[in-house]
Ligand binder design. Sequence first.
Ligand code: GAP
Length: 454
Amino acid sequence: MSAPEVKDDVATAPSEKRAVTMEKIVNLCKRRGFVFPTSDIYGGLGSTYDYGPLGAELKRNVKEAWWRYMVQERTDVIGLDSAILQHPKTWEASGHLKNFTDPLVDCKVCKHRFRADQIPDPTKCPDCGGQLTEARQFNMMLKTFLGPVEDSASVVYMRPETAQGIFANFANLVDTQRVKLPFGVAQMGKSFRNEITPENFIFRTREFEQMEMEYFIKPDKTEEAKWFEYWVEHRMNWFLKFGAKRDNFRYHQHPKEELSHYSRGTTDIQYRYPFGWGELEGVAKRGSYDLDQHANASGKDLTYFDEEAKARYRPWVIEPALGVDRAMLVFLLDAYDEDVVENEERIVLRLDPRIAPIKAAVYPLLRKGGQPEKANDVLMLLKKYFTVAYDQAGSIGRRYRRQDEVGTPYGITIDHQTMEDETVTLRDRDSMAQERIAIPRLVEELTSRIGWAR
Ligand code: GAP
């Protein structure tokens, strides 16, 4: 085996417990409309979640942050949006039908169910000490039927990863896009896994979203080592650039027995969740495994013509793969803070302004003297560029607190002076500093402070 290009720092990462708890995040998410349990009125549906108005905005911004950094601001990556339902042969060729399994065991006494690889003794129930059944391999793909007849010929699968839609389109992309190695194809969208043990809120669910990129390179070990290292570092930087804290991150290199069936080397970016260290994103060396498998199964030519070398070959792949929901959880956890302002405790989400669900809130100081009407004019002006809220209920301090709790970085107050000189106060969530600014300058000022107009 070649030397590891990315150091595993599991042993040196901090081990102390976090102050923020999952309970605090789950409560905040429910109370303020970030995340609701799916089918709440019917008692929920086994670890599936709906995103409320603020969650929907946060998700949109996290995806935007990824797309900008991975596609829009680069010249070597193109985007794709393939279907969730693919031809069933896709999953046969990709190896998911055979290998995408978890070992499932049941307790003969208390009937609880576990993943055999997640418990200390695969013969003894960790809950009651009872005897466990023999492990059986459980395929995690969700099935459905296409067309009116529910027979084996009409079975299709909900994709368990977005990646295969990229590999299956390789020839279409090479033929139509004039791409030159190395190049990447990125996509984001829903994936489905019939997880045996969904857990920890939106960390592991059965329906989730992924953001994945397949980076095609020359089939060469030196190239592979170079790009693997590049993407592991690049992905870590993305989290830090958008407000996550380096102390809560570490790298974990998969030992051979942990590797997925398609991978010949994987480094995880792990995060220190309140329930312990766990995977956040995986960067894998997929080699030409997927293109080889699909070329053999379909009989189609999935090679790339290298103009310089005058040679045809199937490129190798480096794949950074991240869950949107898991990224959201991490940004929420790292943003959560409690402090005291004017003798009052406040919860504040110190989200990076680019991913904060609401960018600014507009407040008339008084509900008279033309201030609400003026505040409404400012709201409508800003709404063309940003997601903006309006609040005129309660004291100004209370209104600030309400927005601090959901991470709104800026507050705009309309007061008696506004009615005289068309200026407002602009309050910063973190420093709480206030500045007077002319209304016509607001869009420019907010765009520059936030980092983009959205
Ligand atoms: N195409 C490679 C792939 O799917 P993976 O490690 O199985 O690799 C990639 O998944 C990422 O997707 C994970 O690092 C995680 O962030 C997210 N993910 C996987 N399973 C998930 C689940 N059940 N719930 C939420 N996110 C999940």
